[in-house]
Design a protein around this ligand. Structure first.
Ligand code: GCV
Length: 672
């Protein structure tokens, strides 16, 4: 564990004395024993101390004089369960929650307004979350996989939750919960979805005490505990010779194991399952369907109100590169779509945003909006596994918004992904939601790069209020974390809002993806995946590149509802940024920009590096305007990003130059 760590966006730096100061004199709350309300009171005290050097007093009755913040639970509030209102009258800011958690969210809202220097006078706000479940899946492990624990790629660096084969619950865990609650995250799985060794025991008495301590802490911040489990547990830890979902002893084992777990650990929201995926066992091993597998767990936990988050990342990971018939992109749809209506009501399918694996540009997964009788949840990745590790700034919120705004045309009408996973299209709000692979780890900056915290922050804010713009979210993060100095806001806004496009320029042209190294998924390796077993081939030769996924090729396009199907199936209407995902194109194919494919690749790779040069300059201009240690850390990161973007540029450009023998039209340096 890192010994010291930053306070990220909860640093509550001096907000200057303002009209807001007065309100922070007293906190009126009828019940300071409730753990959630207690956390709200503590948070306001911390905020008032940091921002105004005040130590507000708690009071059970209205103070005689002076400003105050009142916290109240009001079950009649006309909002969803986690909703709240904020109203300012005269000398009082009244925060009302339908339940205690709404009060806590409201308290964080008020603190955010103060920290971003907005006035608390005259407020009349009503809020409720856009999605019921706003989750994180940590991919932490009891012992970090050494091969991935490197400071540049660091996608899976040291864990927040595990150390020396044990589970951690300490002050830092509490601070993490504060951060999550401040942006409305309400559920969290600690362990990687690949569950082996010690992690199998998270269902067993060995860890009850630690799990109880953690889940109680989580509960006081409105965070439900999720547990990742291994489908083969009855064999691996249960002493049975099978994990067949139709076997009665297996069913009894799951029921008993879950009954005992629920009796000993409070606040379990559900279980995350990766099955039949990348070597992990699942129902296919017994000739059963994914629905048989999911329902097995669902029935065992139904009496406890638990949910199964069943992942759809099921594909053949032992493909032969010579096989041109199998298209991995189709596997999610092919395995799950025929099962629509077969899943129990407490099963939610957890579907990655795209059909492959968190590449910087993928089309939206065709399962969204095509399973009318099934609860669907969207899975994003905050962990920058493919998007630059702990080095490259790649702010993902614009991408997340694009995905949420994608029109699935479910039921033949306008229905965005946000509608589908928000429970508006087919199923109810209670089983709706979004999950992201988490990016915080044991590093002192939480995410291995100070600016990567903007991804975690932005994710939570967006899920709580999907109507926020990327710019509004970015601005709040900048001011809360650093400063409202116009130069700081301007430069960082530019960096954040354009960083995804920049990364895409040198990472993967036109939706191609997979030009990276294996395992760490960091850095250029254009042929690394080409002859491997993972089904992710670009098949570049001397004249063409890409896979034909149209109706003339693998027929992936047919998995979408109309009119998306036709849009993708026609090269003239297919979005340009996805052309190499959907089509096999000659390098001299001319894009709408007037450039051919090869020149587009060369140009974007040169441009990407130039963009990073601008980022570095913009950052350098902030010296003296942001805290020095923060400034230095980030400056070094930008220097590393610049060097590494050059690596991307030169390796990818040389790769295609060697394939084609065609020089850059601009005469720029491409190595032979
Ligand atoms: C946790 C990718 C990652 C794996 C990950 C897998 C998944 O393949 O590289 O580490 O496994 O996705 O989402 O299950």
């Amino acid at each position: 564990m890192a010994e010291a760590y930053t306070r990220a966006w909860l640093n509550y730096g001096p907000a200057g004395r303002s009209e807001n100061t007065e309100y922070f004199r007293t906190i009126l709350c009828g019940n300071q024993e409730n753990p959630v309300l207690k956390n709200a009171i503590e948070e306001i005290k911390t905020g008032a101390g940091g921002m105004y050097s005040l130590s507000p007093q708690w009071a059970a009755a209205k103070p005689e004089k002076g400003g105050y913040i009142e916290l109240a639970v009001n079950a009649d509030l006309d909002t969803a369960e986690e909703g709240y209102t904020i109203k300012t009258d005269d000398r009082r800011v009244l925060i009302s929650g339908k339940r205690e958690i709404g009060v806590l969210y409201g308290a964080f809202h008020v603190l955010r307004l103060a920290a971003t220097k907005k006035s608390l006078a005259g407020l009349d706000i009503k809020k409720q979350p856009s999605f019921r479940w706003r989750l994180l899946n940590h991919w932490d492990t009891f012992a970090p996989p050494a091969i991935r624990d490197n400071s540049d790629s660091s996608a899976l660096a040291g864990s927040l939750f595990f150390e020396n084969h044990g589970i951690i619950c300490n002050d830092r865990t509490r601070d993490y919960c504060r951060m999550l609650a401040s942006v409305g995250i309400n559920g969290l799985a600690m362990h990687n979805v690949n569950v082996y060794n010690d992690a199998l025991d998270m269902l067993l008495p060995r860890f009850y005490a630690e799990m109880r301590a953690l889940s109680t802490l989580f509960e006081s911040y409105g965070i439900g505990m999720l547990i990742s489990l291994n489908f083969a547990s009855p064999v691996l830890i249960g002493g049975l010779e099978t994990a067949d979902p139709r076997n009665e002893r297996v069913q009894a084992w799951w029921k008993e194991t879950m009954d005992r777990l629920y009796a000993n650990v409070p606040n379990i929201a559900g279980f995350v399952v990766k099955a039949d995926s990348e070597g992990v066992q699942g129902p296919f091993d017994y000739g059963r369907t994914q629905a048989d597998g999911a329902n097995l767990i669902a029935r065992a936990i139904k009496p406890h109100g638990g949910l199964v988050f069943w992942r759809c990342f099921v594909y053949n990971s032992t493909q032969d590169w010579r096989d041109t018939e199998t298209d991995r992109a189709k596997s999610g749809f092919d395995n799950f779509h025929p099962l629509d209506g077969k899943f129990d009501d407490n099963v939610i399918l957890q579907i990655k945003n795209g059909p492959q694996d968190f590449q910087i540009r993928e089309p939206v997964h065709p399962l969204f909006g095509t399973m009318e009788h099934t609860h669907e949840m969207l899975e994003f990745q905050l962990l920058q596994e493919y998007t630059g590790g702990a080095t490259h700034v790649c702010w993902l919120i614009p991408e997340f918004k694009e995905v949420l705004d994608f029109n699935t045309y479910a039921l033949g009408k306008d229905n965005t992904v946000a509608d589908v996973v928000g429970g508006k299209t087919f199923k109810d709000y209670e089983k709706s939601g979004v999950v992201a692979v988490a990016n915080a780890n044991s590093s002192s900056t939480w995410c291995g790069h100070d600016i990567h915290c903007a991804n975690l922050y932005g994710y939570g804010r967006l899920l709580f209020d999907a109507s926020l713009t990327a710019e509004e979210i970015a601005r709040d993060w900048i001011v809360q974390t650093l400063s409202d100095h116009p130069q700081v806001v301007k430069n960082l806004l530019h960096i954040l809002l354009t960083s995804r496009t920049t990364y895409e320029k040198y990472n993967a042209p036109l939706g191609l993806g997979w030009l990276c190294n294996n395992v760490v998924h960091y850095g250029p390796g254009p042929d690394v995946y080409e002859y491997d077993r993972w089904g992710t081939y670009h098949r570049a030769n001397w004249e063409a590149i890409g896979i034909d996924r149209t109706s003339r090729g693998t027929a992936y396009t047919l998995e979408y509802n109309e009119p998306n199907r036709s849009t993708f199936d026609n090269i003239d209407t297919c979005p340009q940024e996805l052309l190499l995902f959907f089509y096999r194109l000659r390098y001299d194919y001319v894009l709408k920009s007037g450039k051919n494919v090869l020149q587009h690749i060369y140009d974007t790779h040169f441009e990407g590096v130039e963009d990073v040069e601008v980022f570095l300059k913009e950052w350098d201009a902030l010296e003296g305007l942001v805290p020095e240690d923060f400034f230095k850390r980030v400056q070094q990161k930008f220097k590393n990003q610049l060097a590494h973007s050059k690596e991307w540029r030169d390796i990818i450009n040389t790769y295609f130059y060697r394939r084609t023998g065609i020089k850059d039209a601009g005469g720029r340096k491409i190595y032979d």
